[in-house]
Design a protein around this ligand. Structure first.
Ligand SMILES: [Zn+2]
Ligand SMILES: [Zn+2]
Length: 88
């Protein structure tokens, strides 16, 4: 078996693996992000978000999405309420 090559750079030997999906990646890719793609990076980040988030502050995409969802629900609910009361 020849040495595995990076799935992105087919001429480079893959000495590492994507932390998320396990695809072989090369030194250049691992230096970029430790992942084979931004998708894997994001997936992995959200996966470990519950444990710690040492690098970025104000991240928490899931929490923010939930907040937006709640706000939207509140606004819509308020509109429906007002409409039913004939306030609009
Ligand atoms: Zn990956
Ligand atoms: Zn590569």
């Amino acid at each position: 078996m020849p040495a595995q090559t990076c799935f992105r750079h087919t001429r480079r030997p893959a000495d590492y693996r994507c932390q998320q999906c396990g695809r072989p990646i090369c030194e250049r890719c691992i230096n970029n992000a430790r992942f084979c793609s931004k998708e894997c990076n994001a997936r992995y980040s959200s996966f470990i978000a519950d444990y710690e988030r040492p690098v970025r502050r104000g991240g928490g995409g899931v929490g923010r999405a939930l907040l937006v969802l709640l706000l939207t629900a509140a606004v819509v609910g308020g509109l429906v309420y007002a409409q039913q009361r004939g306030l609009l």
